[in-house]
Design a protein around this ligand. Structure first.
Ligand code: URP
Ligand code: ZN
Ligand code: ZN
Length: 469
């Protein structure tokens, strides 16, 4: 019998953001060509009976080979970072091309494309980070780049080398409105953090755990409230990234209840870590320094409520990979340096989906459909990649992850594929793991082994963000 498809995935239980059903998936030229019962033969076939077939994840917040200003170096480049992503069931990543103050955005994009060259295993797009929205950038460079497929950008309210003043935020929001782009905001009050940090340092309180004291939930709440207010004034949707707890989340929920199109992202560290994880023996707590910092168990419960009730649309890793035991990583200023000098960020691109699946779906906190929406469909929609990415539908790229939902895995750093020397989730047991992962119909991970070459991943131009979620 002649083959009708390049590949048929047979008999799996398929879940999308809205449905769960049993079907075969017929794949032709990298796309899903048919969904149905007893599809005709493929040149190759994968037996997915007894397995769950999900859209490959879209991790819309990762940092790969991003230049830093403190002498540290990100441990993952586009090779190791995308490999790690694929092993965790993610088939699209969106890292950040970061503008250096005083320089243009195009230079940042060219540099970032050069860094990616020949390396990605899976498809990728770029967000921009806008640090210097001068009239040339806002009036000409950004509008041109948006039309070229860079339709989302992150802005900061903290970090001296990145932060924008309120007036600059307004200019960027107004530009987003004019051009139909989406602004992502890192919301923490910079001056409050600076004041608290100085007080802590004066008192000699510089151990990693004091990072959490310097960046309290109130500072995040204030900046979130301000970001929402500025977006309301400009009348434009905005997405608040890496929300850590109830204080900021309540601002977002209240705005959404008023009908404002405020979107929000949270991350594994805010459902699984607390500030106590920064308070470990010696310098170990530095492993968990990220901003905003993990909070407390009440915050974790609040975040779970927000994941279940739709306050959050996106669950990303915020993978920011620094080696722990290295002068290019967490110890860039030596062991025992003040928390102020520890690079912010933790790894998590590979564990993002298994952790949410196990803790969320497995424990009945969120439905399977919601899991798919949070990890794949919503980020694809919000960042203009849908329906090419983020779903299982005819015509969509055959980006798929075949999960063994009963497989129990003890997370060990040795098991992971990133270039980091630790995982914050060492020893944690999860149930459910993606064992086979396809990108555009090509098997990249099969039964836990790598089957594709670096550089096969394609750059994705993003379309207009869909903010009608
Ligand atoms: O601490 C964090 N989150 N580091 C990564 C950079 C950012 O602000 O997302
Ligand atoms: Zn951030
Ligand atoms: Zn980040």
């Amino acid at each position: 019998m002649t083959a009708e498809f390049d590949l048929v995935i047979r008999g799996g239980r398929i879940a999308t953001a809205s449905d769960v059903f049993h079907a075969d998936i017929g794949i032709l030229e990298g796309r899903i060509a048919a969904l149905g019962q007893a599809l005709g033969p493929g040149r190759e076939e994968i037996d997915a009976r007894g397995r769950l077939v999900l859209p490959g994840g879209v991790d819309a917040h990762v940092h790969l080979d991003q230049p830093t200003s403190d002498g540290s170096v990100m441990a993952d480049d586009f090779d190791s970072g995308t490999r790690s992503a694929a092993f965790g069931g993610t088939t699209t990543v969106i890292p950040f091309a970061c503008q250096q103050k005083g320089h243009g955005l195009r230079a940042a994009i060219e540099d970032y494309h050069a860094r990616a060259e020949g390396k990605p295993l899976i498809d990728y797009a770029f967000h921009l980070i806008v640090t210097d929205p001068n009239p040339q950038v806002v009036g000409q460079e950004l509008p041109a780049l948006i039309r070229e497929g860079y339709t989302s950008f992150k802005i900061y309210t903290t970090y001296d080398d990145l932060k924008l003043a309120d007036r600059e935020i307004i200019e960027v929001l107004a530009l987003s409105r004019r051009e139909g782009a989406l602004t992502m905001i890192h919301a923490e009050n910079s001056d409050a953090i600076a004041w608290l940090t100085e007080a802590l340092e004066r008192a000699g309180q510089t151990a990693p755990r004091h990072h959490a004291d310097a960046r309290p939930a109130i500072a995040e709440r204030e900046a979130t409230h301000r970001a929402i207010s500025l977006a309301e004034i400009v009348d434009v949707p905005v997405l608040v990234v890496h929300v850590s707890g109830a204080e900021a989340m309540d601002q977002i929920a209240a705005a959404r209840a008023k009908g404002l199109r405020i979107f929000a992202e949270t991350c594994p560290q805010y459902i699984l870590l607390t500030a106590a994880d920064l308070d470990l023996e010696g310098f170990e707590g530095a492993k968990h320094i990220c901003s905003p910092p993990p909070r407390d168990t009440a915050s974790q419960e609040a975040i779970w409520r927000g994941l279940a009730n739709g306050t959050f649309q996106v669950f990303s890793s915020d993978h920011a990979p620094y080696l722990f035991d290295s002068p290019t990583g967490k110890k860039v200023r030596g062991e025992g340096a003040s928390f102020v000098h520890v690079p912010n960020g933790i790894p998590g691109v590979e564990t993002r989906m298994p952790l949410l699946f196990s803790e969320g779906v497995g424990r009945g906190r969120i439905s399977l459909n919601r899991f798919v929406a949070l990890t794949a469909t919503n980020p694809a929609r919000l960042y203009g990649l849908y329906p090419r990415k983020g779903t299982i539908a005819i015509g969509s790229d055959a980006d798929l992850a075949i999960w063994d939902e009963r497989r129990e895995v003890t997370i060990r750093n040795a098991l992971l594929h990133h270039n980091v020397d630790y995982t914050p989730y060492e020893g944690r047991v999860v149930t459910g793991w993606p064992e086979t992962v396809l990108s555009r119909g090509e098997v990249v991970v099969y039964a836990g082994t790598l089957h594709a070459r670096p550089g096969r991943g394609r750059f994705l131009e993003c379309g207009t963000p869909d903010t009608q979620l």
